[in-house]
Write a protein that binds this ligand. Structure first.
Ligand code: GRF
Length: 191
């Protein structure tokens, strides 16, 4: 059987990371086994660290604050990822802008909580909520040198109800993330 290895990078609560462990880790899809072999976090206080450990993968903690030059941080990141010979890198709430050195060397996808190309960058959920868009959702895209600007691979939306609370709005977006991110990883690696 073919085994495909992925790395997941995160910075925060790690709910998308946990969802990937639950839905795709160590499972076989169309004759391809997918394994999360590496997780990397750039914040030592991130709640996602404990989640990763729970599934048997102790994250590599790579603090960007230890690297005054962005390029040096990215070099280290690439070096670690290459050493695991991974097939795909998944950015799941990894709050760092990556340099072309990273994007040229690593095949990576990112989950973003908006209907790209709308609302790129941080705080996309709040921005789209405030803008009172009729449709909202999430996107998975390839990572390139432009922030949230790579080719969109998957997207799903919902129609916003009138007077929808922020909490409900945010929860709907996360539900979509938990659906489309694992599906996209499976379709990239097992088709
Ligand atoms: C998600 O909403 C993701 O789209 C964004 O950051 C958030 C990460 O949440 N890039 P979590 O750490 O997976 O809970």
């Amino acid at each position: 059987m073919v085994t495909k290895k992925i790395a997941v990078l995160f910075s925060g609560s790690g709910t998308n990371l946990e969802n990937l462990f639950l839905k795709i880790h160590d499972r076989v899809f169309n004759g391809t086994k997918i394994e999360i072999v590496l997780t990397i976090c750039n914040k030592e206080e991130a709640l996602g660290i404990a989640k990763s450990c729970k599934y048997g993968v102790e994250p590599v903690i790579l603090k960007h604050s230890d690297y005054p030059q962005r390029a040096d941080f990215d070099k280290k990141l690439v070096e670690i990822i290459k050493s695991y010979e991974i097939d795909l890198c998944v950015l799941a709430g990894f709050m760092r802008i990556l340099t072309p050195y990273f994007t040229r060397n690593v095949k990576a996808i990112n989950i973003h909580p908006s209907l790209l190309p709308l609302f790129k960058g941080a705080d996309a959920i709040r921005q789209s909520y405030v803008a009172k868009a009729k449709e909202a959702g999430a996107s998975v895209h390839f990572v390139n040198e432009e922030l949230d600007g790579g080719e969109v691979i998957a997207q799903k939306s919902f129609t916003c109800k009138e007077n929808m609370s922020y909490e409900e709005y945010e929860a709907n977006i996360h539900e979509i993330e938990y659906e489309i991110l694992p599906k996209t990883v499976i379709s990239i690696l097992s088709s």
